[in-house]
Write a protein that binds this ligand. Structure first.
Ligand code: PMP
Length: 391
């Protein structure tokens, strides 16, 4: 039967990764892959993670199964910090294989509950629409960013939400939007929370960069606001960036409900879906996070390391934004953006030129990873942009 299958295109970003690896120029710059890098271009294991892993290695006495919800203390400790002390609605959740696993499970429970459509602001993370479609949801993409002007079009997004049917789901990036780097401001978050509550929409917040934007609580403020006001809600979480645990696949999915009994029903459905997907999530990364969160000293060390990542991103954004206009291209909006990404309104020609002539690699969409600039990188990048403009 496999002769009925059609060849699938490889993820274009993987092609860029391969081309970058094969490039022999020593001053090449990788702005493609979405991982944090230090100023030497390295994505190092955090010291807090190293110490927690050592402790895990020394003290773990069994690798017997835990269950479909994974490490319960990880879910509880992290959840308490994500939702914060003032959150009024009952929440419960489970550990998932990364934020991707959380999104997939979220999509499945939406389908299980009879939800047919999920609204999302485009452009969005390239994997959102495929995840939703595979689970059987219709992804309703709304042009909610003016990519040329590097601006969030709040009006277009609000119009779409006002036109959504009660019971429709809506995807919201919690912070550090991927790929635009532009988040709603506090007033826009309030307006979104209003319309989600008024129209009885079901919010799914994707929080994959907490602590890398404005700060830990600041980055969760939008999620807390929306989920605190809607009857039911979902929060898909990734620890891959803020703990630097990428390949360990650490995530969680929480559901909020109007009362504890309703929440228990949702949780039982999530557990059944997880059981039929991966049965149980991988343990190592989540156990590492739990050890960090349970130990005040390790937690403080992790917070310092996380803050250092945040400050680096902030500084690079400021430096890029200060370059202002290079020809038609305005770098100024990058300074007020958040997180790892910005999307530059560059055509395929210039993107290809930067790669070929200058060894500067970015996604075909114009998305750049801000953390990809090492020492001297921004200067080289801007010189290359001048060359594009003059070419
Ligand atoms: N959501 C967003 C917005 C992301 O950028 C990513 C990772 N690039 C994910 C979810 C998935 O995270 P994970 O790697 O934990 O599956």
């Amino acid at each position: 039967r496999f002769d009925l299958l059609r060849d699938q295109p490889a993820d274009p970003l993987l092609k860029i990764i391969a081309a970058y690896a094969a490039d022999l120029r020593s001053d090449k710059i990788d702005l493609g892959v979405g991982v944090f890098r230090d100023d030497r271009g390295e994505t190092r294991v955090l010291e807090a993670v190293k110490r927690a892993e050592q402790r895990l290695l020394d003290r773990q006495t069994s690798k017997a199964y835990l269950g479909p919800d994974g490490d319960k203390a990880f879910v509880a400790e992290l959840g308490a910090r994500v939702f914060g002390a003032d959150f009024m609605r009952p929440w419960q959740g489970l550990q998932t294989p990364g934020g991707t696993g959380a999104l997939r499970l979220a999509a499945e429970i939406l389908v299980q509950a009879g939800v047919e459509r999920i609204w999302l602001a485009a452009p969005s993370w390239a994997n959102h629409a495929p995840i939703f479609a595979q689970a059987g949801l219709r992804a309703m993409a709304v042009d909610a960013f003016d990519v040329a002007a590097q601006r969030f079009d709040a009006e277009a997004w609000m119009d779409a939400l006002r036109a959504a049917a009660p019971g429709d789901a809506v995807l919201l990036h919690g912070c550090c939007h991927n790929p635009m780097g532009i988040d709603p401001d506090p007033a826009q978050w309030r307006a979104i929370a209003d319309v989600v509550a008024e129209r009885d929409l079901l919010p799914l917040v994707d929080l994959a960069y907490q602590g890398l934007g404005d700060g830990w609580d600041e980055d969760a403020a939008g999620a807390r606001l929306v989920l605190g006001r809607s009857r039911y809600g979902l929060l898909a979480y990734s620890c891959d960036k803020n703990f630097g645990l990428y390949r360990e696949r650490v995530g969680a999915l929480w559901a909020t409900a109007p009362n504890a009994a309703a929440g228990a029903v949702v949780q039982s459905n999530l557990l059944a879906l997880a059981r039929a997907n991966w049965s149980m999530p991988p343990d190592h990364g989540a156990a590492t996070v739990r050890i960090i969160l349970e130990d005040p000293e390790l937690a403080a060390l992790w917070q310092d390391e996380r803050e250092a990542m945040r400050r680096r991103l902030h500084a690079l954004r400021g430096e890029l934004g200060a370059q202002g206009r290079i020809g038609d291209l305005d770098l100024a909006p990058i300074a007020t953006g958040k997180g790892l990404f910005a999307t530059l309104p560059l055509a395929p020609g210039p993107i290809e030129y930067l790669r070929r002539e200058h060894g500067i690699y970015m996604a075909g969409s114009g998305r750049i990873n801000i953390a990809g600039f090492g020492i001297g990188g921004i200067e080289r990048f801007c010189d290359a942009l001048h060359a594009v403009v003059d070419a």
